[in-house]
Design a protein around this ligand. Structure first.
Ligand code: ADP
Ligand code: MG
Length: 700
């Protein structure tokens, strides 16, 4: 009979209630299954021994054979530490203990040969090893050693309470003993065959107790593949179920508004990418399924017009549509832009945001419910319960990464059956990340900028070059252009940032005095009305310079602004820098982005600045960003739990991810309900994961 892997960890021989509690609270290990899935962080070679004179100042983990020649206690700020001199035939080093000194002192003997293992420190001319793993040479020689000994994730508390790596290894061995190392297969024979994967049992054995480096590599590959495969399976299934279960409103016809606009009022020729994406959207809207599509397009790629033309499809089919933006400024801008386009078409459109007056709100609510209002533009205000549509057919979210998943789903419930949903983002997400985070959405990409755009010239300048920068600004202003100067504003240090901004504003005001120059300022502490007013002055060309915090990061469109100066540029993330730069380069003139920094720059900051100077391709920048920061910090992925991957890494294991998605897709295409006998293992595993909610670690 096979062992039930859902057995609580307390039942494993050698664990007991105390250790079970610690394993639960420190590592989240509740069951046999959890323990088997505690994969080593890394492997070390315990067949290799160092001599003291071979040590390097690199904090490496090493194993050394030697003799303790004496103990002494050293007083320090809090308590004291126990130090032992440890000697081999090449030199002397120190072993140090801050805790458990009495026990150590009693159990270790002067003159005895020990094998020690641990991290070395180099401090005031000497090597030392704090809290080494230590055993007599005799015991050591009696143990089986391998060139790849597993090192498990641990916590300080665990090691303080005596649950060392050795203890975890012992418990793991016990688990393999009780289960006889036999585990149910979780992938289909054909997948295993095609990819030449080793069996689940072999993979688990070799991940914990690698026999050879080759087997370890194959175990890692197989387990990474499996982990990514089930995430993809889940996401694709969600998408399929969604499409079959949730009816969308069929937008059957392409009607008068769309055609009139397309033939007579389109302000420019659409790019091929825009046309392609419109076709993809049209196909979704015309099918019987509800659309759930992510539209990715770099800053300035022209997503707004695609959104508007999708809205026209909705209106031609008798539905209301809404567009939600993350900031009031952006909602105003969309409203102004789209109102212009609506005028010749005789379509009603309103704006609802935080600064809408009660009377306006009341009117909007009324006209939404009686169906007189066709398009509603706004901010989060759209999500309020009071906002009820007569027949919302299409909801569009701009700059999706600014909103949470919860808000996306709230829009769903604005109608008895959910409207079609289009989410747009100008923060390109690397493909692997998109596949993992938005894998349940269909994805469209605008990968082409409108013709005639001049690439923005980006340079990096140090603060001591400021006078040249001022001169450059004056020349540009003399040519009739406008300039943004952006200061960082990071919440934790808001006061300080605010001071930077105000200092900057003052020095700019001195350098660019009135009445010759007019300066606007916009920051997060201003009232929405005041922000709006200043933004409008700049947009209308009444001011030459806009001093601002990152509130202008998203979406703002002032085509005459041709210079973006970013102060303390090293404090911004790459995608944010790219977003900010996207505020210029929107008109016919040559545009510039100047990244200002001090001379103090870390490696990471240098890479960010160099990337900005080198590339204007949002996708390339996003790839670098992902490499620098890891997936956890990339916008919009914080809530996705993608960090909880056990063994795979979506940056490093990109190829495995691609193939996992490919296999998941092919299997579901052939057998959407996983009913075929050869998919039984997959179905069972999938059900198990749901039952025990493992998969929800990844996906909400
Ligand atoms: P984003 O994708 O960043 O939201 P917008 O939709 O704001 O970009 O478009 C940026 C600018 O490009 C706008 O001024 C818009 O009118 C213009 N634009 C969009 N599509 C085209 C096109 N096909 N040809 C020329 N200009 C375009
Ligand atoms: Mg936009």
């Amino acid at each position: 009979m096979s062992v039930n892997l859902q057995t609580p960890i307390d039942y494993l021989k050698g664990v007991g209630p105390n250790r079970a509690d610690l394993l639960r609270s420190e590592l989240g290990i509740k069951t046999y299954q959890d323990l088997i899935n505690l994969f080593p962080n890394r492997y070390i070679d315990r067949t290799k021994y160092y001599k003291i004179n071979q040590l390097l100042r690199n904090n490496a983990e090493v194993q050394i054979i030697g003799v303790i020649t004496g103990f002494r206690e050293v007083s320090q700020k809090r308590g004291k530490r126990l130090v032992a001199d440890f000697k081999d035939d090449t030199g002397v080093m120190e072993l140090v203990w801050f805790r458990g000194q009495k026990w150590i002192r009693e159990s270790l003997k002067i003159g005895q040969t020990y094998v020690i293992f641990g991290k070395t420190n180099w401090f005031s001319g000497k090597y030392s090893m704090p809290h080494p793993e230590i055993e007599t040479q005799e015991t050591h020689d009696g143990n089986l050693r391998s060139a790849m000994q597993s090192i498990y994730p641990s916590t300080e508390k665990l090691s303080n309470k005596g649950i060392t790596n050795r203890v975890i290894t012992k418990i793991m061995q016990q688990l393999f003993l009780e289960t006889k190392g036999r585990f149910s297969e979780t992938l289909s024979d054909s997948t295993k065959g095609e990819l030449k994967l080793i069996s689940k049992s072999d993979a688990l054995f070799n991940i914990h107790f690698p026999k050879t480096p080759e087997l370890l590599a194959r175990a890692q590959f197989r387990l990474k593949f499996e982990e990514l495969f089930y995430i993809q399976l889940q996401l694709i299934l969600k998408n399929l179920i969604h499409k079959s279960k949730i009816k969308g409103f069929p937008f059957n016809k392409v009607g008068d508004h769309f055609n009139t606009f397309y033939n007579n009022h389109l302000p420019f020729k659409l790019t091929n990418a825009q046309k392609r994406v419109l076709k993809e959207i049209r196909q979704d809207l015309g099918s019987n399924a509800q659309m759930n599509r992510l539209l990715q397009g770099d800053v300035g790629s022209g997503k707004t017009i695609v959104a508007f033309m999708s809205i026209l499809m909705g209106i031609d089919n008798g539905f209301q549509c809404c567009l939600m933006a993350p900031t009031a400024i952006l909602s105003v801008q969309h409203y102004n832009g789209l109102s212009e386009l609506c005028k010749p078409l005789n379509i009603s459109i309103s704006l609802l945001n935080g600064s809408s007056k009660t009377s306006e709100r009341r009117e909007i609510h009324e006209n939404l419910e009686n169906g007189n209002l066709q398009i509603l533009i706004g901010t989060h205000a759209l999500l309020e319960d009071k906002v009820k549509f007569k027949n919302l057919g299409l909801a569009i979210i701009d700059e999706q990464h600014r909103f949470g998943v919860a808000q996306r789903s709230k829009l769903w419930h604005k109608n008895t059956s959910p409207p079609h949903v289009l989410v747009m983002t100008a923060t390109p997400i690397p493909r692997t990340l998109a596949m993992s985070v938005y894998g349940d959405l269909d994805i469209s990409v605008i990968d082409e900028l409108p013709a005639g755009r001049k690439p923005i010239k980006t340079v990096h300048r140090y603060d001591n070059n400021r006078l040249n920068v001022f001169k450059f600004m004056k020349d540009e202003i003399a040519l009739g252009r406008q300039i943004y100067i952006v200061y960082p504003l990071i919440q934790e240090s808001e006061k300080m940032d605010y001071k930077d901004l105000m200092d900057g504003y003052e020095s700019i005001s001195r350098e660019f005095p009135m009445p010759k120059y007019q300066i606007s300022i916009v920051h997060g502490k201003m009232k929405p009305d005041d922000k709006d007013y200043e933004m409008q002055r700049f947009a209308k060309g009444e001011t030459n310079i806009m001093v601002a915090t990152t509130v202008i990061e998203v979406g703002v469109n002032v085509p005459n602004a041709s210079v973006m100066i970013i102060e303390s540029a090293e404090r911004f993330g790459l995608s944010q820098l790219h977003q900010l730069r996207g505020r210029v380069g929107r008109g016919a003139e040559q545009s510039y982005c100047i990244l200002m920094t001090s001379h103090k720059l870390g490696e990471n900051s240098k890479t960010r600045l160099q990337t900005m100077v080198r590339s204007s391709d949002g996708f390339e920048i996003a790839e670098v960003d992902l490499k620098l920061r890891g997936p956890g910090d990339i916008m919009g992925t914080q809530q996705s739990g993608i960090l909880n991957l056990r063994i795979a890494d979506i940056v490093k294991d990109k190829d495995i991810l691609e193939s996992a998605r490919y296999f998941a897709k092919s299997i579901l295409k052939l057998d959407p309900s996983l009913a075929l006998p050869e998919h039984k293992a997959i179905l069972n595993t999938y059900r198990q994961m749901h039952k025990y909610r493992n998969i929800w670690n990844y996906i909400s």
